[in-house]
Design a binder for this molecule. Sequence first.
Ligand SMILES: [Mg+2]
Length: 206
Amino acid sequence: MSLFMLECIVIFVDEVINMTKRIGVDIDAVLTDEGRGEENIWHSNICKHFDLTERIDNVYDFRDAYGLSSEEVEEFIAAKGLKIFREVPPRPRCKEVLSDLKEKDYNIILVTARPAENNTVTLEWLEKHQIPFDKLIHSEEKADVCKKEDIEFFIDDNPKHLIPIREFLRIPVLLMNMDHNQGISGEFIRVDNWTDIEKHISEILE
Ligand SMILES: [Mg+2]
C-alpha cells in the first residue's frame, strides 16, 4: 500500500470518527423514572424511613428538602439507596430512543454523580432494562467530563451540572423537568420525557 493510500485511509477514519456524535446522559431522574410529587420514589421512601408526611422545600438536596442532617441522609442512603437503585423503573421510551441513536452511530456516555461504589448496581440495572450505552462515568464534575469526552449535548435534571456545562462549553443542554428544579432558570431547554429529548436531539444534532 502506498503512503498516499494510507494517508487517505487515515483521513477517512478520522472523518468517520468525527461524524460520530457524542451525547452525555445523566442517570437518576433522566434514565430512571423516579416519579413526581407524592409518587416520587425517594420522597415516599424518605417519608416512610423518617416518619415524615411532606417536604419542607422542593429542592434537590435532601437535607434542605426534608430538614435532615448530613448524618441522617447518609444513614438513609446506606439503608435504602441500593434497594431504590435496583427497584426504580426506567423512564418510558428511554431504551427505544437510545437504541435508535445507537443505530445512527451515536456514542452514548452516561455520566452520573452516583459514587463509584454504586458501579455494580448501576451496571446491573442498565443490563436488566437493556439500556444501550458506550461508557459509564461516575463523577460530580460533569463539565470536566464533557470537555474530556468531547460530549456535544448533555441531559440532566440537576441545574448545578447543566449551568457550568452550558457556560464553559457552550454545548446544548436539556433539563429534565422535576419538582426540585422548577424555580431555577438558566440557558437550558426543559423537557418532560424521552419523546421531547428525541425531538430536540434530532432538531439540534441532525
Ligand atoms: Mg439526576
